[in-house]
Design a binder for this molecule. Structure first.
Ligand code: NDP
Length: 278
């Protein structure tokens, strides 16, 4: 295996330790509130993990778990109360929401300065226009993993154009002076697009789609995908073993991008607290 393995668990642990030290020095516990509606089982695991990581780093973290039958108006009223609460620095509305609630309306209701998911159109617009703001956690985590990789002038291909990963990822890479291509389900020749890239970020949700013959020798491969196979194994969007034989550096799944997302949620919460409290 030729590629350097980018150890997201280690980078995330280091980031969380640094944040814990900054929180201790700040003299207050930044407040993070996760709002969960209903019983989506995966959300339960994510929310518990966020809460534990936040508390370990000294944040004042709590979850408001609303019943499945909560109306959109009730959820928006809850978000408005959190917007007005001076002890709350960061608000995260856990997705997915039940079908009867318009998720975009909930996202739009969060005060942009407390929007630690970075999904509010104001923060998306700031990112797209190169202004400082809160950036979605997973792409922010990918940028940490790319520390030490030459980005200026590099050709980067982002596979996927979702609001939460692909689009903000492309903006961050553009901001770091990459030449960026965004590919998606209508792209004519994905393999050809990838094979020109110095950096590939795969955020598609298709198990092991990126093959060795798509990858330029020595390229850096960041795998955001999380896919559960029929046999229970968790794999990314990249065929890890064969691509690692060609790439220069690669993130594993699990243990690559995944751990960075929660660490960057805490980083966003501390940024939001410092911006708001001065
Ligand atoms: P979405 O389903 O919202 O977006 C997937 C994107 O991939 C779309 O833009 C879609 O194109 C594109 N796509 C789908 N199939 C193909 C294909 N065959 N060829 C090319 N492009 C394709 O997913 P997310 O962005 O939310 O997530 C992507 C992956 O990342 C998932 O596996 C998810 O579980 C994982 N993830 C991991 C996180 C982490 O913390 N590690 C956090 C968030 C997500 P189109 O727009 O044309 O439909």
């Amino acid at each position: 295996m030729a590629a350097r393995i980018i150890d997201g668990k280690a980078v995330a642990a280091q980031l969380r330790a640094g944040l814990a030290a900054r929180v201790a020095a700040a003299g207050y516990a930044p407040g993070l509130v996760v709002v969960r509606v209903g019983e989506d089982p995966a959300s339960g695991v994510y929310v518990r993990n966020k809460d534990r990581a936040a508390k370990e780093a000294g944040f004042a973290s709590r979850t408001i778990h609303l019943p499945e039958a909560t109306t959109q108006a009730q959820l928006l009223a809850q978000i408005a109360a959190l917007n007005a609460d001076a002890a709350v620095d960061g608000i995260l509305v856990q997705l997915p929401l039940p079908d009867h609630i318009d998720a975009q309306a909930a996202i739009n209701a969060v005060a942009p300065e407390k929007d630690v998911d970075g999904f509010h159109p104001i923060n998306a617009g700031r990112l797209a226009s190169g202004q400082p703001g809160l950036v979605p956690c997973t792409p922010r985590g990918v940028m940490h993993l790319l520390a030490g990789t030459e980005l200026r002038g590099a050709r980067a291909v982002v596979l996927g154009r979702s609001q939460i990963v692909g689009r903000p990822m492309a903006q961050l890479l553009l901001g770091a002076d990459c030449t960026v291509t965004i590919a998606h389900s209508r792209t004519r020749d994905l393999a050809a697009e990838c094979s020109r890239a110095d950096i590939v970020v795969a955020a598609v949700g298709r198990a092991e789609m990126v093959r060795a013959d798509w990858v330029k020798p020595g390229a850096t491969i960041i795998d955001v995908g999380i896919n559960r196979l029929a046999d229970g194994r968790l794999v990314g969007d990249v065929a890890f073993d064969e691509v690692a034989a060609v790439a220069g550096a690669i993130t594993p799944v699990p243990g690559g991008v995944g751990p960075m997302t929660i660490a960057c949620l805490l980083e966003n919460t501390l940024d939001a607290a410092m911006a708001r409290r001065g």
